[in-house]
Design a binder for this molecule. Sequence first.
Ligand code: ZN
Length: 91
Amino acid sequence: MVDAKKVRENIARMTNKVSSVTSGRVQPHKHCRICFTPIKLSAEPRVCKNQECIDKNERDERNQKQMRIWMFIFFGIFAFGFVGPILFRLL
Ligand SMILES: [Zn+2]
């Protein structure tokens, strides 16, 4: 026989745990995005004081920016290839 009261208690405990994790009350700190060392909440950019992490983060950010530009260019070409013929047909 399943004890309904116990089941309800278990569910309540589980949802409690989940909500405390999602609300971030458990960990009032950030982690270095390179080596995941706990760092101050106010740390910006989100890396520790390790020079290696600072350099790597900078490189990553530059790569990301470049990637975004390329994505934009490709999207522009794609959009033009798609919309262009329709526009030309309308003109
Ligand atoms: Zn680090």
